[in-house]
Design a protein around this ligand. Structure first.
Ligand code: ATP
Ligand code: BTN
Length: 252
């Protein structure tokens, strides 16, 4: 913790050996945190993904990281956060010579069709005032092979992608800096400075996909995102925006 804190000028980075969930830890402390406050853990006992799904979180093989942020724009701006967080992570990995990393709308990071990382943005319920947010990232670094049994979709880790082990301290450092810089730009200028980067990193650009919306399935061709971060889907020659939340995107 000291090594990382020394390299990054405040806000604080807390590091735990074991925790329930780094997102939950920060959500419990909203009101006492400075923007950019970060929590990292070596292992999570109750790591979570979207809609109550489990994030498989074994010891010392991963980067489990959450950062607290606050946005004056409220809910509407919170929508773009998973997208810009994805861009920050890809940029941090590219700077470490890890290439081929792509984004799946709205919150996943993939390499060649396998899930490398997931992003979970959560917010605390507030009647008024700025939107209080926790941005969580789970990034597979060097996963034990037994993890395969627990993860019910194709996945990968940085060791397989890069063909070598990487230093997790350096990774954490790069991700924290990239994320803080990205969030500062996002709160000043919104999504527009990020749209071109997102399109370049889009794993499903111009590919046939299906969207699972509650019990319904909608098929079409993925056409990137609009200026609000909604997914654009072309079906029967018409392009329509779909807003995040409860939607899952799948290749077909
Ligand atoms: P979507 O976000 O599009 O709904 P998703 O299936 O990826 O799709 P999420 O809630 O984003 O769902 O992520 C949780 C899922 O990620 C789990 O259900 C599991 O399939 C997968 N998963 C869990 N742990 C890991 C891990 N360490 N690495 C890769 N994938 C994981
Ligand atoms: C997803 O793909 O659904 C998102 C997974 C997010 C996992 C990270 S690990 C750090 C943080 N703490 C959690 O409990 N979840 C996020």
């Amino acid at each position: 913790a000291q090594a990382i804190n020394a390299q990054i000028d405040a806000p604080e980075v807390e590091i735990f050996t074991l925790i329930d969930s780094t997102n939950q830890h920060l959500l419990n402390r909203i009101g006492q945190l400075e923007k950019g406050h970060t929590c990292i853990a070596e292992c999570q006992q109750a790591g979570r993904g979207r809609r109550g799904r489990t994030w498989v979180s074994p010891f010392a093989s991963h980067l489990y990281l959450s950062m607290y942020w606050q946005l004056d724009e409220g809910m509407a701006a919170a929508m773009g956060l998973s997208l810009v967080t994805g861009i920050a992570v890809v940029n941090a990995l590219t700077a470490m010579n890890i290439s081929g990393v792509k984004l799946k709308w709205p919150n996943d990071i993939y390499v060649e069709g396998k899930k490398l990382a997931g992003i979970l943005v959560e917010m605390s319920a507030q009647a008024s005032g700025p939107c209080q947010l926790v941005i969580g990232l789970g990034l597979n670094v060097n996963m034990p092979i037994q993890a395969s049994a627990a993860i019910d979709q194709p996945w990968t880790d940085i060791k397989q992608v890069a063909g070598k082990e990487i230093d997790r301290n350096e990774l954490a450092h790069n991700v924290i800096l990239a994320l803080r810089e990205t969030l500062r730009l996002y709160e000043r200028e919104g999504l527009s400075p990020f749209l071109a980067s997102w399109q370049k990193m889009d794993a499903f650009a111009n590919k046939p996909v299906k969207l699972l919306i509650a019990e319904k399935e909608v098929r079409g061709i993925a056409r990137g995102i609009d200026k609000n971060g909604a997914l654009l889907l072309e079906a029967n020659g018409v392009v329509k925006p779909f807003i995040g939340g409860e939607i899952s995107l799948r290749g077909v």
